[in-house]
Ligand binder design. Structure first.
Ligand SMILES: [Zn+2]
Length: 75
């Protein structure tokens, strides 16, 4: 089976379910382009609060939100 879904941005794999169906979470005021991409499921709008501890990725398989730091701490 070929996955023809365009890769918006190459992300890590989910620390919980190891899916690679990961989308980046965008913070700050989203541009119209970002809103359109979010509607296509290519990214997630995380909100206006930009914080260093915010998770950067969202798993589309299990819904887990995580940052790259979470992954390295888990290992
Ligand atoms: Zn997952």
């Amino acid at each position: 089976m070929t996955d023809s879904r365009p890769v918006y941005q190459t992300g890590p794999e989910c620390p919980d379910c190891h899916s690679r169906d990961i989308v980046p979470i965008l913070y700050g005021y989203p541009s119209a382009e970002a809103v359109a991409a979010a509607r296509r499921g290519e990214l997630l709008i995380g909100g206006l609060n930009i914080d260093a501890d915010n998770p950067r990725w969202s798993c589309r398989s299990c819904g887990r939100r995580f940052s790259l730091g979470d992954v390295s701490r888990a290992m």
